[in-house]
Write a protein that binds this ligand. Structure first.
Ligand SMILES: [Zn+2]
Length: 248
C-alpha cells in the first residue's frame, strides 16, 4: 500500500515499530523485523517522511512489514534545516493527532503535497507555511475555524469594528460577545477583519502562494491559540517547532 512513514521506534534489539500514514487505511502501525540489524535497502526506505509502497501483513495483534519499495525520499528536504523543521512539524502533528485505521485520503494528500512542495521549492519560509499546514489539517479533522460569523451569537462580522478570535469557541467573535467574555475572564485575541481574511485565504490557497505570503502578528497569535486549544497542547509550542524536526 502507498504510505508515508510517520515515525519509527525501537522494539527489542533488532526490530522497529513503523508508523505509516497510508492512502488506503489512514494511520497503520506495523512491526519491521530485523530492521536494525540489516543495513539493507529496506531499512533506509523506512526513514521518516519517505513515500513508500509497503507490503503490510495485517495480524491479529501486530501488523508486519513484509517489504518496502521506495517511491520518493524527498531528498532536498533532508539537506535543508528549514524544510526539515516544517516536514517534522507536519509529520509529527499527523502522528500525534490521528487514530489508527481511520481512512482519510485528504490528510494523506495534504501531507504528500506538502512534502512534494518542500522538496521542489528552492526557498521556503516557515511561519505562514506552518500555520497553513496546521489550519488545513485541523479543518480535515473537522475543526475548521469559523471565520465569517461570530461563534457565539452567529452574526456576520462587522468590518468597521475590531473583532476577536476566540480559540476555545472555534473562531471569530463579535465585539459585543467579546465584551461578555472579558467580563467572565475568558481569553481571546483582538483582531482586525484583514487578519481574519488572511487566515481564510491561507486555508484555501496552494503551498506556493502561501510561501510568498505573510501573516500579521495578530493573525499568527490567533493560529497559535487555536492550535493550542484544539490539540490540547499535545503538539507543543508553535515557536519550538524546530525541535520536532529531529526526525529519524
Ligand atoms: Zn457575537
Amino acid at each position: 500500500m502507498i504510505a508515508i512513514v510517520l515515525s519509527r521506534k525501537d522494539s527489542g534489539e533488532s526490530d522497529q515499530i513503523i508508523s505509516f500514514f497510508t492512502e488506503e487505511f489512514g494511520k497503520v502501525e506495523a512491526l519491521a523485523k530485523g530492521v536494525k540489524k540489516i543495513v539493507g535497502k529496506n531499512s533506509s526506505f523506512l526513514e521518516t517522511a519517505c513515500l513508500v509502497d509497503a507490503e503490510i501483513i495485517k495480524g491479529k495483534a501486530v501488523n508486519r512489514v513484509a517489504s518496502v519499495c521506495l517511491i520518493d525520499l524527498f531528498k532536498n528536504i533532508r539537506t535543508d534545516f528549514t524544510k526539515l523543521a516544517l516536514c517534522g512539524y507536519a509529520v509529527k502533528s499527523i502522528e500525534i493527532l490521528t487514530e489508527q485505521n481511520e481512512r482519510d485520503k485528504n490528510i494523506f494528500n495534504l501531507l504528500k503535497s506538502f512534502l512534494e512542495f518542500l522538496d521542489f521549492e528552492k526557498s521556503v519560509y516557515t511561519s505562514c507555511l506552518q500555520a497553513a499546514f496546521i489550519l488545513k489539517f485541523f479543518s480535515m479533522l473537522g475543526y475548521e475555524p469559523e471565520l465569517k460569523r461570530c461563534v457565539v451569537c452567529g452574526i456576520g462580522l462587522d468590518a468597521e469594528k475590531k473583532n476577536g478570535f476566540y480559540a476555545s469557541g472555534g473562531g471569530v467573535i463579535c465585539v459585543e460577545c467579546a465584551q461578555e467574555k472579558i467580563n467572565v475572564g475568558e481569553n481571546f485575541v483582538f483582531c482586525e477583519k484583514k487578519d481574519v481574511e488572511s487566515l481564510a485565504s491561507i486555508l484555501k490557497t496552494d503551498w506556493k502562494l502561501i510561501n510568498g505570503s505573510e501573516l500579521s502578528k495578530t493573525a499568527m497569535e490567533c493560529v497559535k491559540n487555536f492550535i493550542g486549544y484544539r490539540s490540547e497542547r499535545r503538539i507543543g509550542s508553535f515557536e519550538k517547532f524546530a525541535e520536532l524536526a529531529k526526525i529519524s
